[in-house]
Design a protein around this ligand. Sequence first.
Ligand SMILES: Nc1ncnc2c1ncn2[C@@H]1O[C@@H]2COP(=O)(O)O[C@H]2[C@H]1O
Ligand SMILES: [Fe+2]
Length: 276
Amino acid sequence: MTLSTVPLDTHSRNGVAELSQITDTHLFADREGELLGVATWHSCRAVVNAMKEELAGCDAILATGDLSQDQSAESYRHFVAMMSELTPPVFWLPGNHDEAPVMQAELDAAGVSQANHLLGEHWQVLLLDSQAQGETCGRLSEAQLTLLDTALEHYPQHHLLLAVHHQAVPVGCAWLDQHNLRNAEQLQVRLARHQANSVVLCGHVHQGFDQVFDGIRYLASPSTCIQFKPLSDDFALDYMAPGWRQLSLYPDGRLSTRVWRLPPNAFVPDFSARGY
Ligand SMILES: Nc1ncnc2c1ncn2[C@@H]1O[C@@H]2COP(=O)(O)O[C@H]2[C@H]1O
Ligand SMILES: [Fe+2]
């Protein structure tokens, strides 16, 4: 496994790289398929429609896993069909619900980039695979950690946006934090040695999150379908609407970001559900 690098062209002003993140679409082969009362194709459709309005100047879109709920080829085709409506190139990594070979085949066939490293003038974006076969939690293999080592060795002055499906720090939901990135410290020791800024971006937790631990900023983002309630020990859904994240990467290493959401009460889930 080697770095597959593509240029991160900054079409926007003053060398600022503009990215968007879409995550945890949980699509089914059947467009009417529901996850806890939310028809995930329809909620993803609505998010993508809303995203389109905000993509002017966007340089790349990051899809951070759990794209499928049923691991079907058709579910990935639905994803690709929606992404093909967007102008910026899309880059992806797998989540615990994904079936990586099926996903890879479908995304390859559709020409979605397999690159795992985007290199701009001041920033690099690295997409890592944290899937642990058959498990809900995540783990970075030696091969994935080597990718990180290589990126940091080759581009020590570049600020790093590291995208990975699982959360590397607790988000404060006990039931979700048991499904975390198990060897997060392997990542953290490497980022601590990096001379430039590091920001870690994940999906998986279906909620907005933005906190700094030991000088590293950790971001998580809403799903395009169901949302999990922040700071709940037991499984709990949230009233917040589906959404996505927008990120601006500045030449001096600053990163500004915001979460966009559909209007309140769009795609209300079944609040009696206790899990899936
Ligand atoms: N009630 C529950 N308790 C613990 N884990 C759960 C529960 N319900 C679902 N999960 C798992 O937690 C995961 C969190 O997000 P995912 O979409 O990856 O998939 C979810 C399920 O695999
Ligand atoms: Fe997940």
